[in-house]
Every structure is written in C-alpha cells, then in structure tokens.
Design a protein around this ligand. Structure first.
Ligand code: FEO
Length: 400
C-alpha cells in the first residue's frame, strides 16, 4: 500500500478491510476502505484515522516512511468523528508523541476522555474556526453533528477546497485501484452507487435529517474534492456524490429504480405458494425484484434492499396471532432506522385466526413510518385462485 496524492500536498493513507462485520453487525461482502489524510503545510496535520484492525499502526508508519516522514513529524490530529473506525490510531500516536495537538468538537473531547482519558493538548473547536498550517494550507472546522454521532464535523482545506467528511459521502466496497472517481469505469460507478446505498442504509439512515443538512452544507461550499473516511475520493465530480447522497437521503423516490423488495418467510410452504405466484407476476411484468427470505438473510441486506426499492411486498404467515417472527425482526429494524417512503403490500397464510396484517400495521404506526400500506390479503391455509387473483390485482395497484 502506498500513500496516494489527492491534490496539492494532501495525501490519502488508506487500508482495505475484508472478512469482518462492519460495526460487528453489517456484512460487507465487498469489504470497505478506511481513509486517513495527511495535509502538509509548514505543520503536518493528520485528519481522521482508521481502526486498529489488521496491523493499522504499522501500516501508518510504513505509509509515513514512504513520504519521508515519521510519527514525530505529525503536529496535529484532526478528529472529525470519534467512532473507533476513525480514531483507532490516536492512542498509538499519543503514546509516541504526547504533545501532538488534537482538534475536535466538544462532544468528541468528551469521548476522548472517556475512551482514552485524554484531557491535555485537546483543542475544542468553535464552528467555522480556522487553523493555519502555514505554507498556504488552512483548515476550517465545520460542525456537522449526527453524521453519524453527535461529535461529527467536516474539515475543509480552504486553499484546495478539499472537504473531509468522514462518514458522510462514504461507501462500502474496497477501492483497490479505484481511489478516485476519475478512475472509475462505468461498472465502478454502478458498483459504488450500490455500495453507497448499502452503506447509507446500514450506517447513516437513522440520521437522515442531519445528513440532509450536511448535503446542503457541502453544496454551499462547492468543494473541488470530497474526501470521505470510507471509499473513494471524489475530485472529478464532487457534485455527483452529493447528488447521489441527496437521492439516497430522499429514499430514492426520484431515482430511476423501479424495483420491488420481496420480504418473505414461510413456516411450512403455504405462504411460499403465494410467494411463487408473486414472483411469476413480477417476472411477467418485467419488474426487477429482490428476494429477502427471512430469517435466512443478514439484516444488512434487508436494510439495503428495502432502501433501494420503491415497493415492499411482505409475504409471511400469522404466528401466534401475530406475524411470523423472522419477518417481524426485519420490519422492526426498518422501523428503527426509519426507512421511509415505501408502498407496501401484505399477504400471508393463517390457520384459525389472522393477525399478521395487524402486526404490520402496528409496526408502521409504532415507528411512524410514512409507508403507504395497501389492504392486506391474508388467506386461510393455501392461497386459492381467488386469493392469487387478489394478489395479482394488488400488485398492479402497487406498481401503478
Ligand atoms: Fe465510520 Fe461512524 O464511523
């Protein structure tokens, strides 16, 4: 791994991570890239860090060494966000250079104390405050709370108009040799678009209102470069990643995706008969759909697939007067994350009493989801011809 020149005297120090669960819960089949940045003025600033995963400190030394630098040359650390995937290097650096100056928000300072016991050489920034690094480099700190934790901020290098955004504008998917958007093939662009949706649906969607504010702030700055803590750097078209995030934060309602999430579970194959019919109908219509077979699918896939689809078809039986638990857990997570603006249809089998549809209603109401729920189609035992016809008609209405 080599240090990568982003723009004039600004370097990306990066590592690609595979074979782990992000935040110990989200599967990342395509890995993730963690980015840290060096800004070289007369003083040397390190912005963001990466987790202590996979020999990170040793890699930092190696990357600095390749630039003819060592830890003792770092004058300041800028913490945009204290989550350990970005702050894992701090302890190592403070041990080697106790007088390194840390710049962060008041909330991040609290976490520095509770995580590491640091209270000295911690400079709490004011919103808009600047730090002159000399040599024409100036950092401006812009508080941008709750993208992702309350401690978060952007850092803006004013001479190059480089905006360091940490989690915001990030994506899953390792960069490998795709560190910049100007290196993307058409396939890479599509790959990272999907990975942005998946990352956002797992990590940021709960903070949607704050993300929308952050999008507006980024738009107002008109940066030349957007440098997130995860994924590629956007320097050919920073407006494109802002636009992508704007679409995602608006639940892709205006995106050209017209897809269906088929969220289903079946205990003994009776509801599955309806699922087979639904798939036949969708295939006949040529509507792309994503099957989420619960409880066999990871929760990260539930989030990302439901996020990207305009409609969700729930097919699950009644279980003890309520809904099949595998699907309940998926809906509860969607509710907690407040993944909104969906058209939703329910169908499913029941034995002697229903209850599945009512639980879908309860979950939507409980989480105040702005979902448009169609009339449910519960059926006794196996779906008969009339039930299947009702499902077909309801799918027509759902996709109208
Ligand atoms: Fe990438 Fe909220 O940390």
């Amino acid at each position: 791994m080599k240090p990568i020149l982003v723009t004039d005297d600004i370097y990306k120090l990066t590592m690609n991570v595979h074979d782990m669960l992000f935040e110990e819960m989200w599967e990342i089949p395509n890995g993730v890239t963690l980015n840290s940045f060096l800004v070289k003025g007369e003083k040397l600033a390190l912005i963001d860090g990466v987790c202590g995963w996979d020999g990170a400190p040793e890699r930092l030394y190696d990357l600095l060494d390749q630039l003819g630098l060592k830890i003792g040359d770092v004058d300041c650390i800028v913490i945009n966000h204290m989550e350990p995937d970005h702050s894992g290097w701090i302890e190592e650096i403070r041990t080697l250079k106790p007088d390194v100056q840390i710049y962060c928000t008041k909330m991040a300072a609290r976490l520095l104390e509770s995580f590491f016991g640091y209270t000295t050489n911690v400079n709490v920034i004011k919103n808009g405050q600047t730090l002159d690094l000399g040599g024409g480099k100036e950092l401006q700190f812009i508080q941008q709370p709750n993208v992702h934790w309350p401690d978060t901020m952007f850092t803006y290098e004013t001479s190059t108009k480089t905006l360091f955004t940490c989690d915001m504008f990030g994506s899953y998917g390792t960069c490998e040799d795709r560190d910049f958007d100007d290196q993307f093939s058409k396939e890479d662009r599509e790959f990272f678009w999907q990975e942005q949706i998946r990352y956002y649906s797992n990590v940021l969607v709960t903070f949607n209102k704050n993300a929308i504010m952050a999008i507006k702030k980024a738009q107002s700055l008109e940066p030349n470069v957007i440098a997130p803590g995860h994924g590629p750097i956007y320097r050919q078209s920073p407006a494109a990643i802002i636009e992508n995030y704007d679409k995602i934060a608006n639940f892709l309602v205006d995106a050209p995706l017209d897809e269906v999430a088929l969220l289903w579970g079946s205990m003994y194959g009776l509801t599955e008969k309806a699922v087979k019919h639904i798939k036949k109908v969708l295939n006949k219509k040529g509507v792309p759909f994503h099957e989420i077979h619960m409880p066999h699918e990871p929760i990260g896939k539930v989030m990302s697939m439901c996020m990207r689809c305009k409609a969700i078809i729930i097919a699950a039986p009644t279980y003890e007067n309520n809904l099949f638990p595998g699907v309940v857990s998926a809906l509860e997570e969607l509710g907690k994350k407040k993944i909104g603006k969906k058209k939703v249809l329910y169908t499913g089998s029941f034995g002697w009493s229903g209850g599945g549809y009512q639980e879908v209603q309860r979950i939507i109401e409980h989480h105040k989801l702005d979902w448009e729920l169609a009339e449910g189609i519960p059926f006794a035992g196996s779906p008969n011809e009339e039930d299947l016809q009702k499902i077909s008609t309801a799918i027509d209405a759902l996709l109208a």
